[in-house]
Design a protein around this ligand. Structure first.
Ligand code: ADA
Length: 567
């Protein structure tokens, strides 16, 4: 399923995870006039990355998935995808009904009024690079192929609950919840309904809501004086938020989400959660695994989070894209703070599709993940052109969009331009990627480099003075098992030395609000990328290797993080 909890008690729905028929373009299937295969040569597990199939380890191109689904009299079919990598085109009974770009955001598509009985569902999936893709490019991570996250079939009435947004806030010592409910009307005429909302014993009833024909409308209420415990990493208390749609006294649809009562803000160089200063200690984590590609099953996601907790981390950055909703649910449950960012790692703003695709990725990220208490900051545009006036215009656009979608969380982006950055006035949190001791300089230079950088930052014209500072990337490559008494680069010893010195400096400095080591585990990269010559064609800066085997640095990072907690 898409979540770690049930989102519906009333709405008929089912998981579409399981064996689907499958064929790739290199199988040279016979094609119908509609451009879909007439025959399928094998089956594949959904969700999965097709690179986990022997023979398809490096396949980049198109493939087709087929399954059969049922229609339900009086209902429309709403398909919900956790993520398809990276472009999906959806066909029902041979007719194209829609498409979606970007592997990393959930999306849905509705087949209105599907008749009772069996229907053929085909997805064309494409993970190729080119003029059609501005965000999925040859990069220092791998773009896998396939239906890589769970899929669900929902059966919805003509007016259904599309989304629910909940923003907790506190006045004196009382908690309130601003609730925004989006209804979608599939009918060609306006419809009247009633709505009931409840959370933690507080409820609100909309005696009448009207939704115009063929459109979505939002309805707002505030649940007040909620008798609840706050959410924090130390005490991640969650509450169900339930909405019911009522037609002539019958509950015809429902939607359940979970909320945590916390406020996040920045004040005087600190990140505050419920007015407590946060000290963020954690990692950058790619969704990547040698067996599963980016389609990690829930158990593997949970195992990664257990390792992160064992390391003493309270923070992860979803570098460089929105993550699986089940990871975010687990972070809500375990109390792990998350910086989630829309999909971009050093992408070209000149790409013809950039503006459209970054807007969709950012909007979908915030709209689908808005209620996650663990997400304490939205990020975007990792190491893009934040040192040029043209680049600034793009940053301004994305920050404006993020603030329109969510005024409750601080915003940031990870910059490698440092003293040349001209966008720091746009952020609430300044974040720098610093590779002293790896790309130039020596490990001994960590302290002086930070000193110089903070001197510039607080000089008054950086745009970042009086704002919290996160060291959002730092680290060194180490090949697992490469132990060298000479502590040469690529040895586990060198990585341990660099992380030990970096953590000593960054964790102790009062101006630093948080750190995110680059990175949690070794990950596959795309051949042909600038430094595709990386050893093993992997990014080897993990503190564990791709099989999650700990390197020498593991223990010292754990000691440093644990000590920082007690300091
Ligand atoms: C950059 C980038 C990361 C990774 C890192 C590295 O900071 O943001 O994705 O490529 O460098 O390993 O060099």
């Amino acid at each position: 399923m898409l979540r770690t909890f049930a989102e519906h008690a009333v709405r008929p729905m089912m998981s579409l995870d399981g064996r689907w028929e499958f064929v790739t373009e290199q199988d040279k299937p016979e094609m119908t006039a509609n451009g879909i295969p007439a025959n399928f040569v094998r089956t594949i597990q959904v969700p999965s990355a097709w690179e986990s199939l022997p023979g398809l380890e490096t396949y980049r191109g198109r493939a087709w998935y087929r399954t059969v689904i049922g229609g339900l009299e009086g209902y429309s079919l709403r398909l919900v995808f956790g993520g398809v990598s990276h472009t999906a085109t959806v066909y029902i009974d041979g007719e194209k009904i829609g498409e979606h770009y970007d592997a990393f955001t959930p999306w849905d598509i509705v087949a209105p009024g599907l008749s009772e009985g069996e229907h053929e569902l085909i997805l064309e999936v494409d993970n190729s690079f080119g003029d059609h893709s501005a965000l999925h490019i040859e990069n220092d991570y791998y773009t896998y192929g396939g239906i890589t996250r769970p899929v669900e079939a929902h059966y919805v009435p003509e007016v259904f609950l599309e989304k629910i947004f909940a923003k907790p806030f506190r006045k004196q010592d009382n908690w309130f919840l601003d609730v925004r409910i989006r209804l979608r009307n599939l009918a060609a005429k306006k419809r009247r309904r009633q709505l009931a909302v409840n959370c933690a014993g507080s409820e609100f009833f909309f005696d009448q809501v009207v939704v115009a024909a063929n459109t979505s409308s939002e309805f707002r209420c505030t649940l007040d004086s909620l008798d609840v415990q706050p959410w924090s990493a130390e005490q991640p208390t969650l509450y169900f938020l339930e909405a019911e749609l009522i037609q002539e006294d019958d509950v015809v649809d429902d939607l359940v989400d979970r909320v945590g009562f916390r406020e996040v803000k920045t004040e005087n160089e600190s990140v505050l959660l419920n007015d407590e200063v946060l000290h963020l200690k954690g990692f950058n984590r790619h969704e990547d695994h040698p067996q599963f590609g980016n389609a990690l099953p829930l158990e593997a996601i949970a195992a990664d989070l257990e390792l992160l907790r064992d390391l003493g981390a309270n923070f992860i950055r979803t570098s460089h894209y929105p993550n699986d909703m089940r990871l975010l649910d687990l972070c809500d449950e375990l109390g792990i703070y998350v910086w989630e960012e829309s999909h971009a790692r050093t992408v070209s703003f000149e790409h013809p599709k950039f503006k459209e695709q970054i807007a969709v990725s950012t909007t979908e990220m915030i709209e689908w993940h808005y209620n996650r208490p663990a997400i304490i900051s939205w990020g975007c545009l990792n190491e893009c052109a934040s040192e040029t006036p043209a680049g600034r215009k793009e940053y301004e656009q994305v920050f404006k969009l993020m603030r329109q979608l969510d005024d409750s969380r601080p915003l940031t982006f990870a910059s490698c331009k440092l003293e040349n950055d001209i966008c720091l006035d746009l952020v609430d949190i300044v974040s720098f990627n610093i590779y002293v001791g790896w790309y130039g300089d020596s490990i001994k230079g960590v302290q002086s480099r930070l000193h110089d950088l903070i001197g510039w930052l607080d000089s008054g014209n950086s745009g970042g003075a009086d704002k919290p500072l996160i060291i959002s990337e730092f680290g060194a490559g180490a090949i697992y098992g490469n132990r060298q008494r000479n502590h040469s680069k690529w040895s586990e010893e060198y990585q341990a030395d660099l992380l030990d010195e970096s953590l000593k400096v960054y964790l102790e400095h009062p101006r630093v609000s948080g750190v995110a080591i680059w990175q949690f585990c070794d990950v596959r990269i795309t051949p042909g990328w600038a430094w595709g010559a990386r050893p093993r064609c992997m990014n080897n800066k993990g503190v564990v290797d791709e099989y999650r085997r700990p390197k020498l640095a593991y223990e010292l990072v754990r000691d440093r993080f644990k000590w920082a907690t007690t300091a």
